[in-house]
Each structure stands twice: as C-alpha cells, then as structure tokens.
Design a protein around this ligand. Structure first.
Ligand SMILES: *[C@@H]1O[C@H](CO)[C@@H](O)[C@H](O)[C@H]1NC(C)=O
Ligand SMILES: *[C@@H]1O[C@H](CO)[C@@H](O)[C@H](O)[C@H]1NC(C)=O
Length: 386
C-alpha cells in the first residue's frame, strides 16, 4: 500500500530508474526492466528484432525459468530413473561424461552478473523469423515454437512460444490434475523449450558425429570402395528416429523418411531401440530438456511423471506404429524438420544495437521526456491518493 512516506520517496526512484532505462547498456543488450523479480544474469540477451516489449519480457522470463530448470538437473546423476529412460543406451556406451558436461555448461546460464564461474556468451534473440521457418509445419506434424540459427547462440522465437506457460504455473497446474499428472509431456513449458534451444549452441551441447567416407581397397585385381567410419565431435542438433540419414555420396538424402525426435515418446525411443546408435539420445537436445523437466518435477512435487512408459512386446511393433511414434497431441516443434537451420553467410551473429525498452517507449533522446513522464506519474499517484 502507498503511504505518504513511501510516496515521498517515489519521485527520485522513478527519475533514476527512467534515466537508467534511457541510457542503459548502449551495446545492444536488452536491459532488465522487471526489477528484483528477475535476477541480472552474467549472460545477456541481445538483438530483439521484431519483438515487442512484452515479447522480450516473455523471452527473458523463459530464460530465467530455464536457469531454475537446469539447476535441478546438475550434477547429472546417471543412476536415477529419468536418466535411464532418456539416456539409457548412451550411459551404457560410456557417454555419461559428455551428458554431464553438456548439462553443466547449460546450467552455467544461471551465473549472475559478477558471479563466479564460466560465463556463457550472450544470446541473440529475435522474433522476426528471418529464415521463414516458423510457419512451415502443419496441423498434424506441428510447428516450431522456436528454432536455432547455425548452432550459434542465436534463437528465433515463433508465435507458439508466446502461448507457452511459465515453468511453475504449468507444473503446479498439471501436478494437481489427476488425469494429467502422470504424463511428462503435459508439463512441457517455455523453460524446457529454452533448454532445447541452448543445447543446439556449439559452445554448450557437444555431440558425437560419425561420418562414413569411402576409401579404396583392392579385391583381387579390382579396386572398390570400403566405407570407413570416422568419429568426431560436433554441435548438437536433433536426432532422427528409426530413419536412415544417408550421408554417403553415392546415395541421396531422403528427407521424407526422417522422423525427428521431439517429444517424450520419441526421445525415450532413442534411448531404448536397438535400431538407434548408442549416442543418439545423448546427441538429442530434446532429451536434455525432458530430463531436466523430470528432475525439476521430482524435486518440486516429489513424484516422477513416468508416462509414456516404453513397454512394448517387440521393436517391430513400435517401428511400424506411426501413432505410437508420434505420441503427443500437442507439439512444440515441426516433427518433420530439424529445429536448427543454417546461417546465411551475410547474416550477423551479434545482436544489433537495440534501444532499451524505456527508450523505445520514451524516444531515444529521452532523459528529458523521462523526467516529464516521471513527473506525470508522480502527479497521477498524488491525485489518486488525494
Ligand atoms: C566403458 O568404460 C569402461 C571403463 O572405462 C570399459 O570397461 C567399458 O568397456 C566401456 N564400454 C564401452 C561400451 O565402451
Ligand atoms: C549438426 O549440424 C551441424 C550443421 O549442419 C553440423 O556441422 C554438425 O556436425 C551436426 N552435428 C551432428 C552431431 O551431426
């Protein structure tokens, strides 16, 4: 409640905050206008092309939710139930160290300004869909709620992102609903989507890349090619379920056959089907998002939403059952397309200088306007009390 005493302190507060807004962070960093409810992170969000100020708030709040989600997922414990379900085959194949490091790097987004620890690079966020990818999906296979450009810290937020709920609201609501509380995918929210996005950054998510290259061998007097598989490290994308990504130069890629592993059903299938490579689960950004989501619910609600359970008589029954593979009705991605698109050579990675929220509201040379607005707010407060 406003008392006369607090009212007396209002004008300086308003003035200083308005002036700070007008001149804050001329390097294109989006200022944090929400005050104490959202901490100041060491990693800044930049850019904001095509975003309204309320979009920017939703993106910043989602980032903040993500840091809390990831805090519950580190250090990685490979023995718990969600770890087995989302990374089982990868843990068995000794990729635990890679998973642990990926989660820890992502969790470092929680480091506050001036705090200790390895600070991740700033993230360029935008809403202008520069790669025209937000609307390429369809009703059945879904739309991307966000996508990454070039495995850089560069994320485009699509209209579906702004319909997603915040972390705690979503989890509280679903945990109370007896019909919905057991299914992990019901809890999917903007923080989980953010995790999927940051895992695509080459500085955060490390993945295993296997490439087959032909090398000449002689059989009798004939020369022929033998395929050699090289293993390297690369940026994390979205793994493909029960599809064969044909990278051999003599074949042709058949994108129609690819089933990208979004959602809890497909992510869990990556970790159990013998037709998948053992690193597929550890290579899939969504598996990290869902693992973190499960850990957060366990720690905050005391139970694990274990559905969907991967319990089927034989693998063939899964591989031929499209409905089972599709799983979720509500989709947060276009299931037929990877959510990482290549960066065009002429596109700037760094977020362009951006007027802060207040200067967008009050004009760019707005210290004077700011004073006038502060005065007006002061007088309206006075008259509303008087
Ligand atoms: C995993 O590592 C352990 C210990 O280093 C080793 O004994 C085992 O053979 C490895 N397993 C695989 C699948 O590489
Ligand atoms: C992910 O995509 C990028 C860009 O196409 C590629 O360089 C990288 O090797 C891919 N990662 C994996 C694990 O295949």
């Amino acid at each position: 409640m406003l008392t006369f005493n607090t009212l007396l302190t209002l004008p300086p507060f308003l003035l200083s905050s308005l002036i700070t807004y007008a001149y804050a962070r001329p390097d294109g960093v989006i200022g944090d206008e929400k005050g104490p409810s959202r901490p100041a992170y060491a990693t800044a969000l930049t850019g904001g092309e095509g975003c309204s100020s309320s979009d920017i708030d939703d993106i910043r709040d989602g980032f903040s939710d993500m840091t809390r989600l990831l805090a519950s997922a580190v250090p990685f414990d490979s023995t718990n139930q969600p770890a087995k379900e989302f990374f089982g085959s990868s843990i068995l194949a000794n990729y635990t160290g890679m998973i642990t490091a990926n989660l820890q790097r992502a969790a470092n987004y929680g480091i506050l300004e001036g705090g200790p620890g390895a600070v991740n690079a700033d993230i360029h966020i935008r809403c202008d869909d520069p790669m025209k990818t937000c609307d390429v999906g369809n009703r059945r296979e879904g739309d991307h709620a966000a996508y990454n450009i070039g495995n850089d810290p560069h994320v485009v937020f699509c209209s579906d992102y702004f319909k997603m709920e915040d972390l705690d609201k979503r989890i509280d609501r679903k945990a109370e609903n007896q019909m919905e509380q057991d299914n992990l995918m019901n809890y999917y929210n903007r923080a989980a989507l953010w995790v999927r996005m940051v895992m695509h950054f080459s500085d955060i998510g490390e993945a295993v890349v296997e490439r087959a290259t032909p090398s000449p061998v002689s059989i009798g007097s004939e020369w022929t090619a033998e395929w050699t598989v090289n293993v390297a490290q690369g940026a994390m994308n979205t793994s493909v379920l029960a599809g064969v990504l044909n990278e051999r130069p003599d074949g042709h890629d058949d994108d129609q056959t690819l089933k990208y592993a979004y959602g809890a059903t497909r992510s869990k299938l990556l970790a159990v089907l013998s037709t998948q490579m053992p690193y597929d689960a550890a290579n899939n950004a969504e598996n990290y998002a869902l693992y973190a989501l499960a850990q957060y619910i366990i720690q905050n609600k005391g139970f694990y939403p274990a559905l969907p359970i991967m319990d089927f008589p034989n693998e063939a029954s899964v591989l031929t059952n499209e409905n089972l593979q599709d799983g979720e009705r509500v989709k947060y991605a276009y299931f037929d397309m990877v959510d990482v698109v290549a960066k065009p050579p002429d596109m700037e990675l760094k977020g362009a200088p951006l007027p802060s929220l207040a200067s967008a509201l009050y004009g760019t040379h707005s210290a004077v306007t700011g004073l006038a607005v502060a005065g007006a707010i002061y007088w309206s407060l006075l008259s509303s009390i008087g």
